[in-house]
Design a protein around this ligand. Structure first.
Ligand code: SME
Length: 160
């Protein structure tokens, strides 16, 4: 049974603790569905002011929704659409303070106001994206980006 301890200290310290919990969760497991499901649940319940946390996987053509926490979401996202498509095609994290100001943002949950999408890349291969939505404007700062990129890296490393 895995239990999350509450996070303490500065934001980078809290992310170091959360990343350690993420590492413990995926330890010894390579199944990407299992790991994505547990990491989505870990992050969704550990961090405040989130309405969606989850994974989209690249099927060779477009992004297909994977394990997540939150309301039901768009199933498929082309690489030239949305914040997720931008992260995947540019292979650069997208930190969007106001989704309404992002041309082509896909509103899966009308409550979403800001979004962070981290590309998941293994070697040269695009695996997918790790996507977080918040009902607050500018919910994600540079510390959040660094911490969530570290957790995304834990997921990619566990793929083997
Ligand atoms: N907002 C995303 C779509 C996915 S949902 O947020 C879960 C986008 O614009 O790509």
């Amino acid at each position: 049974m895995f239990s999350t301890s509450s996070l303490t200290g500065s934001k980078p310290e809290q992310y170091a603790q959360l990343t350690a919990q993420a590492r413990a969760l995926v330890h010894g497991e390579r199944d990407r569905i299992a790991n994505a499901a547990n990491l989505a649940a870990l992050v969704y319940h550990a961090l405040p002011h989130l309405n969606w946390v989850g994974f989209y996987f690249h099927d060779g053509r477009e992004l297909v929704v994977g394990p997540f926490q939150g309301l039901p979401a768009c199933v498929r996202i082309p690489l030239d659409k949305g914040v997720c498509g931008a992260a995947a095609s540019q292979r650069v994290t997208q930190r969007i303070e106001d989704v309404d100001a992002f041309p082509g943002h896909i509103a899966c949950d009308a409550a979403s106001r800001s979004e962070l999408v981290v590309p998941l890349v293994q070697g040269d291969a695009l695996v997918g994206v790790f996507d977080l939505d918040s009902p607050l404007l500018a919910r994600f700062d540079a510390d959040d980006q660094a911490g969530l990129e570290a957790i995304a890296a834990v997921f990619v490393e566990a793929l083997g």
